[in-house]
Design a protein around this ligand. Structure first.
Ligand SMILES: NC(=O)C1=CN([C@@H]2O[C@H](COP(=O)(O)OP(=O)(O)OC[C@H]3O[C@@H](n4cnc5c(N)ncnc54)[C@H](O)[C@@H]3O)[C@@H](O)[C@H]2O)C=CC1
Ligand SMILES: O=C(CO)COP(=O)(O)O
Length: 329
């Protein structure tokens, strides 16, 4: 498991609790030392005691040595650089698994595309885990489901067995594109929901943003070859609802601060170094959509708030004043 942040640590616990031995790589040696000494990663999951079949190290070579699956739990925009450092130590025929939910700035690539390019592996060696998976709830062993997507069904099933336990239920899917787009786009929509909450709006507004957010995600998915049913499932609607509704979501919380009048810089400070992926992915997704002629007004508006200084109130007005149209257009 490469990355000992919130989700990397929680997913390592899921694997260990499913009977899979895990070596967790932490970027900072003091984090690996703390886990080894006290079984706790206090910076991310202070109340979670990690199981004994999970060992931590700051030595990436040790973490990768002999791994059947290499799970990548670093932020999207850092994946390329991290993976390039690890490339020569990746075990042959291991499955490379992405936990990250984002689209790369500049290249506009999904995480599985970045992995294939950097590691020079075929698409059937790359898998994605995505669903309504707020790390803190899972670390507390609250029941949830997820999707493991891989074009090689057998690899997906192997991973499914490696992370199934009494509180975590993974489903397989061969639609990697749909799962990745669902995970990346919902972060942007959660920023918009947070802004609405910060402006004092209630549940009708939230439901409208969630539903129209799903509509624009589905348009992007259709244009890029995703199965529409994937976006109606756990990695689409499921994750969208969880993230847009939860005070635990970093993206929603970030948006809420903007809605209350904080600057992007102040919202970033309040995130204490944890990643709110939508702040960057709103720009890459917007550019990807524009490139293929897909209309994504909420994503466009979130980009303008985060990067062009638009006031969230003006975004609300702009969305409501758009040209009238049919719902399914
Ligand atoms: N936290 C959650 O509930 C969930 C997060 N995810 C996704 O998992 C990915 C990782 O998220 P988290 O673990 O929550 O992030 P985090 O911000 O809690 O931790 C990021 C980890 O990556 C490491 N890292 C390695 N290189 C880095 C670099 N150059 N810059 C910054 N950090 C670097 C950090 O040291 C840290 O251990 C994101 O794409 C996120 O969207 C997916 C599902 C749930
Ligand atoms: O992806 C997540 C839940 O599925 C976590 O969302 P945040 O990154 O907004 O905290």
């Amino acid at each position: 498991m490469m990355g000992a942040g919130s989700w990397g640590t929680a997913f390592a616990k899921v694997l260990a609790d499913s009977g899979t031995d895990v070596v967790l790589w932490a970027r900072r040696p003091e984090v690996a030392d703390e886990i080894t000494r006290s079984r706790v990663n206090s910076g991310y999951l202070p109340t979670t005691v990690l199981p004994p079949n999970l060992v931590a190290t700051a030595d990436a070579g040790k973490a990768l040595d002999g791994a059947r699956a290499v799970v990548l739990g670093v932020p999207s925009q850092t994946l390329r650089a991290n993976l390039a450092r690890w490339r020569s130590a990746l075990p042959p025929d291991s499955t490379l698994v992405s936990l990250a939910k984002g689209v790369e700035l500049g290249t506009l690539k999904r995480m599985s595309e970045v992995i294939r390019e950097v590691a020079e592996v075929p698409e059937d060696r790359v898998a994605v885990v995505s669903g309504p998976n707020l790390a803190k709830e899972i670390a507390a062993e609250q029941p949830t489901a997820t999707v493991i997507a891989c074009t090689d069904h057998d690899r997906a099933v192997e991973l499914q067995h490696a992370c199934s336990n009494a509180y975590f239920r993974p489903y397989t899917n061969v639609d990697v594109v749909g799962c990745e787009l669902g995970g990346a786009c919902k972060n942007v929509i959660a920023l918009a929901c947070g802004m609405a909450a910060g402006l004092g709006f209630g549940d009708n507004t939230m439901a409208s943003i969630i539903t129209r957010g799903l509509a624009e995600t589905a348009r992007l998915g259709a244009a890029l070859g995703a199965d529409p049913l994937t976006l109606a499932g756990l990695a689409g609607l499921g994750d969208l609802v969880a993230t847009c509704a939860s005070p635990l979501s970093r993206n929603r919380s970030f948006g809420e601060r903007l809605g209350r009048g904080d600057t992007v810089a102040r919202a970033q400070e309040a995130a204490h170094g944890q990643v709110a992926e939508g702040v960057k992915s709103c720009s890459s997704i917007r550019e990807l959509a524009a490139r293929i002629g897909v209309d994504m007004p909420i994503t466009d508006g979130v980009h303008r708030v985060c990067h062009e200084g638009l006031d969230p109130r003006a975004l609300t007005a702009a969305l409501l004043e758009r040209e009238r149209k049919a719902e399914r257009q």
